[in-house]
Design a protein around this ligand. Structure first.
Ligand code: HEM
Length: 434
């Protein structure tokens, strides 16, 4: 690594590795890179080798620094730059589509105080454990049906398409009042809207299209989403049903209903944020248990470890791999001066593998205590759906452990290529059922 006094920068190879979606698929090498950066250059200036590819940014890898940035929502803002790492081309593309905003949709993650909290409060109570407990039976039904499908398909199965991908999608669509027959359309629309850096996962055909055609496709997806949720809004205004879409459809801010763009942004972030994330953590936990039969036997015998499996899975996989922030003023982080306007990547994978916070961080340990991971973020933007994610994973693992006696790996699992939300896309297993 080389360093200048003001802006310590790693070698071009390291800079490339931390923004290359394929490094996230390879994983172990990426963790090695983060270990070295955390030790030698915890706030590292990542700048492109070719000008104009992306805006340079500070990569933050230490747990304490990621925590500090996440909690200081006055110094580190979500607006006005992109909240997710994007190449300049992608940002231009969003600006063309929206008429100037780097964000394809306006949503909680793109707002700052004071407007952010006004929007968040609309659904915050709905996402609290007390309200979610009403859904437990419904979610248990979905979990049991999913596990039944797995058992029927066994003993040789791919856990991702059978269990970890469809189950959280069903849950999210259920809380949004989207009927099951419309789920494939919702999935396709989210894939089209958010692109996707992984060729296997992006089934929308976008990767083969020229930029103009992609703009049109995304604009079409946004419009289709808007039409779909406009119909849901009308339905939920006429007859509210207690689901989260009914809350959004009938919400007011400062006495006025939400405008269309903000309302659609709300639906879209909920539809998009809740499935790939939970899927990646669920599959990660299953991989860890398949690799460690003794730990599988322990958690099967002692269900008090269930919440430990869930929490450790979320830390160990850290499916939301980063978010970006922009410095609102000149400041300092971990001894490093940061200038007003600088872009920062808070990397949750790196923070959640910081040995200063987690003993043997690469080990999956369902009994890890304490486990104050940062996979849900922290501060004002901390994941709104964290109780739902925990609840649905706990219920699923209850059902899995009831029905499965042992599990072993039956092939090489593969991870998705993505710098933002990532995790396993295949997990071949052999299961033995009770
Ligand atoms: C294991 C599963 C999940 C993980 C790891 C995860 C992770 C995250 C992270 C890291 C953030 C940003 C936090 C920050 O900036 O400080 C976030 C925000 C958010 N998440 Fe999740 N999430 C998960 C599941 C869900 C679910 C199930 C939902 C709802 C259906 C959801 C809805 C949201 C929303 C709406 C935000 C924006 C909150 C705001 O900006 O105020 N997430 N999530």
């Amino acid at each position: 690594m080389t360093a200048t006094r003001e802006r310590p920068s790693p070698s071009p190879e390291v800079a490339r590795a931390v923004i290359d979606p394929k490094s996230y698929a390879a994983w172990d090498g990426l963790l090695d890179t983060f270990d070295a950066l955390r030790r030698d250059m915890p706030v590292a200036w990542i700048s492109p080798s070719e000008d104009g590819v992306f805006e340079p940014f500070w990569l933050v890898t230490r747990y304490d620094d990621v925590m500090q940035v996440s909690k200081d929502n006055t110094t580190y803002l979500n607006h006005p730059k992109s909240v997710v790492f994007s190449l300049n081309e992608g940002i231009e593309f969003a600006k063309n589509l929206t008429g100037g905003s780097p964000h394809m949709v306006a949503s909680l993650v793109t707002f700052d105080a004071p407007i952010h909290m006004k929007y968040r409060k609309l659904t915050q109570e709905w996402f609290k454990p007390k309200n979610l407990s009403r859904l437990e039976n419904e979610i248990r039904g979905l979990a049991q049906a999913t596990v039944q499908r797995l058992v029927d398909a066994g003993p040789a199965v791919d856990f991702v398409p059978l269990v970890s991908a469809p189950y959280p999608l069903h849950v999210v669509m259920q809380i949004m009042g989207v009927p099951e027959e419309d789920e494939p359309r919702m999935l396709m629309l989210t894939q089209q809207m958010f692109g996707g850096q992984d060729d296997d996962l992006n089934q929308s055909g976008m990767k083969d299209l020229p930029p103009d055609a992609i703009t049109q496709l995304v604009a079409g997806a946004v419009a289709d989403f808007e039409r779909y949720f406009a119909a849901i809004t009308a339905k939920k205004r006429a007859c509210p049903t207690g689901d989260v879409s009914s809350i959004i459809a009938n919400a007011t801010i400062d006495g006025a209903p939400l405008n269309d763009r903000d309302m659609m942004g709300y639906y879209i972030i909920l539809a998009a944020a809740g499935h790939d994330t939970t899927s990646a953590s669920t599959a990660g936990a299953m991989l860890a248990l398949a690799q460690d039969p003794a730990q599988f036997a322990r958690v099967k015998a002692d269900r008090s470890l269930l919440s430990g499996i869930v929490e450790e899975a979320i830390r160990w996989t850290s499916p939301v791999q980063h978010f970006m922030r922009t410095a609102a003023c000149d400041t300092e982080l971990g001894g490093q001066p940061i200038a007003k306007g600088d872009w920062l990547m808070i990397n949750y994978v790196a923070a959640n593998h910081d040995p200063a916070q987690f003993e043997s961080p690469r080990k999956f340990d369902a009994a890890r205590t304490p486990n104050r991971h940062l996979a849900f973020g922290a501060g004002a933007h901390q994941c709104l759906g964290l109780h739902l994610a925990r609840l649905e994973m706990r219920i699923l693992f209850e059902a899995l452990l009831d029905r499965i006696d042992s599990v072993e790996l039956a092939g090489e699992p593969r991870r998705s290529s993505s710098t933002f939300v990532g995790g396993l896309k295949t997990l071949p297993l052999n299961i033995r059922t009770a």
